[in-house]
Design a protein around this ligand. Structure first.
Ligand code: ATP
Ligand code: MG
Length: 569
């Protein structure tokens, strides 16, 4: 059994989080006819990360819990950054996490409707075409403590506005030349209410609407209306949108359409991780990682390739809960969650990562035995397997010391250890090359200890894993450390960037590991999970299939060594 450093709150009835409290209140009051309808609204401008997973689990979780619905809506209002590659990846990732959406929608589905509503707002004197540049507009907006200066274009007639807006749509003006703005409240202390932008000109092909449009709605104008069109009841988003809420409500009220309720929660921040898509994209583009699915990335596809399971990520989302205030979650909690899940599921195997040869001098040459090994002590139904034993084996170089310190209980000259599932062996001598490196350990075995059982009650202080040399498979193992060397990689001194915090030793490739024959054929089973006994959890990298050889990624160690190291530091 592994150490559980995070106590289970067993026996406690799970209390409601604050969003569930709001929802249960709404159901009790018959709001929206008791209906619950959420949505997950990614912008298809990058791959999803573990922060999005939190939002996915929350939105889909609520949909399920209250027998409601959850939509997937792509917030595709900025053609400059978006792409169908991202749309496909997002769909895959959500399915992989174990969720399915009721409706799949795109903000771009609503471009016609949004345009009509904008025209309606112009007709009602609630919107105008502005010629101020972005910089000018922000100067006019001023500071929260003093009312804004109205744009000189604010009082254009309805006819002029209708004409200009129509011509914006037709493509008569270059990018940035004009915008459509709502007539908000110029004295509001909330800057978002000071004549918010509704449309901007972007002459760029859109991945779905092609060249139909060259004006695109702003987030604030598109998001709430999209929610409303879909009949969303609870529009759950992250805290930075709290200051946008009055505007969200204002557009809905001005248009007199169905009013979803926006509820904000704290976004997930993880130590040793950056989460902004812009930064993740930079890591990919500048080749600091091998791609969006590099096992060191906090993306869902990266975690998947690393060997994380959907269950482990859902467990993580459950453990972190839903908070109203920003905080940073220690990445070791995520690692704890995957260990917890894989401990129950992973097939155990023996793999020697840094091999040294052992010859059992008193074992008959040419003899091969098949010994019984347990597939998973946590799950009897996974059964047993046979492991081949012979005169020549590999063990971990670190499991032997020629001149051991007092507390070293593994193999050393004259000491006896147990080979897991096999025999007790004693080291008798050491062979070295001309440079003094150990090449072979000579040992004797006790035939009476077959199965690893003590023949006469004598004890050995340790059990080590091994692989029979003639039967061993050559495998590559990729071992990862944190991608960033500092707990808050976004925090940087003047003149530095988050890239300066990259950990130069985050990837280690071990090309010559030795694995037991059981693993033969698994190169065709990408992402299959294993526990390498004593070493940690590993999974088959998808490169294995392409290259027709076994390549493993280390998912996580058996214990939280990092916490110990950083405690000492
Ligand atoms: P980023 O800042 O990483 O680019 P984003 O907020 O722009 O993320 P979107 O695609 O707009 O990314 O996000 C889709 C949904 O996921 C939004 O509702 C957003 O609030 C939520 N989300 C994004 N990042 C996190 C996070 N770190 N924790 C929780 N929810 C998040
Ligand atoms: Mg966004």
């Amino acid at each position: 059994m592994e150490e559980k450093n995070i106590p289970e709150e067993e026996g406690k009835k799970p209390s409601l989080n604050f969003i569930e409290e709001i929802i249960e209140g709404d159901i009790a009051n018959g709001k929206n006819g008791g209906r619950v309808h959420t949505r997950f609204p990614p912008e298809p401008n990058g791959y999803l990360h573990i922060g999005h997973a939190k939002s996915i689990c929350l939105n889909f979780g609520i949909g399920q819990k209250y027998h409601g619905k959850t939509n997937l809506r792509f917030d595709d209002t900025n053609p400059a950054k978006e792409d169908t590659e991202y749309v496909d990846a997002i769909r895959d990732d959500i399915h992989w996490l174990g969720f399915d959406w009721d409706g799949e929608y795109y903000a771009s589905d609503y471009f016609d409707q949004l345009y009509q509503w904008a025209v309606q707002m112009i007709k009602n004197g609630r919107a105008y075409v502005d010629d101020l540049s972005q910089e000018e507009a922000s100067e006019y907006r001023g500071v929260p403590t003093k009312p804004a200066t109205p744009s000189p274009y604010r009082d254009r007639s309805v006819e002029e506005n209708l004409d200009l807006f129509e011509r914006m749509r037709k493509g008569e003006f270059p990018n940035g030349a004009k915008t459509l703005r709502a007539k908000g409240d110029l004295s509001s202390p909330n800057m978002h209410m000071r004549d918010p932008f509704m449309y901007r000109i972007i002459h760029q092909e859109h991945h779905r609407t092609g060249n139909k449009w060259c004006i695109y709605p702003m987030y604030d104008y598109a998001h709430g209306q999209s929610d409303s069109i879909e009949g969303i009841t609870h529009s759950i988003c992250t805290l930075e949108f709290e200051v946008h809420r009055p505007l969200y409500d204002w557009f809905i009220k001005t248009l007199n359409i169905h009013a979803p309720q926006q509820i904000e929660f704290a976004r997930l921040n993880l130590s040793y991780t950056v989460m902004s898509k812009r930064k993740l994209l930079q890591l990919v583009q500048e080749k600091h990682v091998s791609g969006w699915d590099d096992p060191r990335m906090p993306t869902i596809c990266g975690l998947r390739r690393r060997g994380y399971t959907p269950e482990s990520i859902r467990l993580f989302a459950e453990k972190i809960g839903v908070a109203k205030r920003d905080n940073v979650i220690d990445v070791s909690l995520l690692e704890w969650c995957v260990r917890e899940d894989l401990n129950k599921k992973a097939q155990r195997v023996m793999v020697v990562m840094n091999p040294v040869k052992v010859v059992i001098d008193n074992y008959p040459e040419g003899q091969v035995e098949e010994l019984d090994a347990v597939n998973n002590p946590e799950d009897e139904t996974m059964g047993m397997r046979k492991v081949k034993f012979s005169r020549e084996l590999y063990i971990e170089r670190e499991d032997f010391m020629e001149n051991p310190p007092k507390k070293f209980f593994r193999l050393s000259p004259g000491t006896e250890v147990r080979l897991r599932y096999a025999y007790f062996i004693t080291c008798t001598s050491v062979e070295k090359d001309t440079e003094g490196n150990i090449t072979t350990l000579h040992c004797t075995y006790d035939p009476a200890s077959r199965g690893g059982n003590s023949p006469d009650g004598r004890k050995v202080k340790s059990t080590i894993h091994w692989v029979s040399a003639p039967h061993a498979l050559d495998v590559e193992v990729r071992v990862f450390d944190r991608l960033f060397a500092t707990p808050a990689p976004d925090e940087v001194e003047e003149g530095k960037t988050f890239l300066d915090n990259l950990n130069p030793e985050s990837l280690q490739v071990l090309p010559h590991c030795k694995a037991e024959a059981f693993l033969q054929g698994f190169e065709k089973k990408p992402l299959a999970h294993f526990q390498f006994e004593r070493m940690g959890y590993f999974s088959i990298d998808p490169d294995s299939e392409k290259e027709n050889r076994l390549i493993f990624n280390k998912t996580v160690g058996l214990k939280d060594t990092w916490a110990k190291i950083s405690d000492k530091a």
